[in-house]
Design a protein around this ligand. Structure first.
Ligand code: NAD
Length: 310
């Protein structure tokens, strides 16, 4: 396996003043990328701005011989994001890699959640990723090169108590990734998702001391670098934590075709074991794969030959 390098590549990493983003930015720079270290300098709940977080990471990169510039754009603000992208292109000529990592938390049970707390989390995670990706999308398509990562979470994939806003915002990355894969991969613009679990300020209260060391952000960054590498995949959900890497995949069960009296709520309930059985499950290439599958199953049950031409 040849060494993964990013010489000549330019990367934007959002929320890179701390935690995972900082580790990703350092990792990209250490392997030759010029990095735009974006960070608003917000607290975990998204309030406040203006810390020197991004600049500190830039200085770390420069001290190690790398190239980087700091940027304080709020990813939830499309104008600030456009200015960040314009600055990156003016400074380095192009952008090849985008790591959508900036994030905040506003945890509460859904019963206590205000719509404002819901909206703010969606604005940073979903719209922040959309704003950054949209500002670079045509640029990447025209250059026929782009590597984009969206940051999901086990909360978005599997659910976590008190995180309806965060879980919904994170799960939305799946829909975005799937469509960007369909629209971008033919132009060598690949979009993947990282689902990390790390000890950062976001999670520091969750883990005992002995686990904190195991789950350092640096144990995740090799996975991120693999996703945005020249030979990286497209449309992959990479789980990562503590040096462990796994793929989350979505499958649809083989299911069942019903007709007549069985095509009823009672029939669906009576067939629930078959509907839920993992035997014969398959991944779906795209939205119409499901439609095509149902047409084939329904036609087979009814003895209709779809190949027959009149
Ligand atoms: P962190 O709080 O250490 O870092 C997040 C950074 O994003 C902060 O430096 C913050 O200033 C910045 N930021 C927040 N809002 C911003 C905005 N609007 N514009 C620009 N920058 C902004 O958190 P982290 O744990 O490193 O999380 C990084 C990403 O990973 C987040 O998307 C988070 O949801 C995701 N994630 C983390 C974990 C984990 O275990 N730490 C698990 C799953 C997902």
């Amino acid at each position: 396996m040849s060494e993964v390098r990013f010489d000549g590549r330019v990367a934007i990493v959002t929320g890179a003043g701390a935690g995972l983003g900082r580790s990703h930015a350092l990792g990209l720079a250490a392997r030759g990328a010029k990095v735009i270290v974006n960070d608003l300098g917000a607290a975990t709940d998204g309030t406040g701005t203006g810390s020197e977080a991004a600049q500190t990471v830039v200085e770390e990169i420069r001290a190690a011989g790398g190239k980087a510039i700091a940027n304080g754009a709020n990813v939830a603000d499309p104008e600030q994001v456009q200015a960040m992208v314009d600055h990156a292109i003016a400074e380095y000529g192009h952008v090849d890699i985008l790591v959508n990592n900036a994030g905040i938390l506003r945890d509460k049970t859904f019963a206590k959640m205000t719509l404002d707390d819901f909206q703010k989390v969606v604005d940073v995670h979903l719209m922040g990723s959309v704003n950054c990706t949209h500002a670079l999308w045509r640029h990447m398509l025209e250059r026929e090169y782009g590597r984009i990562v969206l940051t999901n979470s086990s909360s978005g994939l599997y659910g976590n108590f008190g995180q309806s806003n965060y879980g919904a915002a994170k799960a939305s990355m799946l829909g975005l990734m799937n469509v960007l894969h369909h629209e971008g991969s033919r132009k060598n613009v690949r979009t993947n998702m990282l689902a990390p679990t790390a000890t950062t300020r976001m999670t520091e209260e969750l883990f005992p001391a002995e686990v904190k060391d195991l789950l350092k952000p640096e144990t995740i960054t090799p996975g991120l670098l693999a996703l945005v590498s020249e030979d990286g995949p497209s449309r992959m959900i990479l789980g990562a934590g503590g040096g462990c890497f796994a793929e989350t995949k979505i499958y649809e069960s083989r299911g069942v075709a019903l007709q007549g009296d069985d095509l009823s709520p009672e029939g669906v309930l009576a067939n629930m074991d078959t509907i839920r059985s993992a035997e014969g499950q398959t991944p779906m290439e795209g939205a119409f794969s499901q439609t095509e599958k149902y047409i084939a199953m329904a036609a087979e049950l009814r003895g209709i030959d779809l190949q027959k031409k009149d």
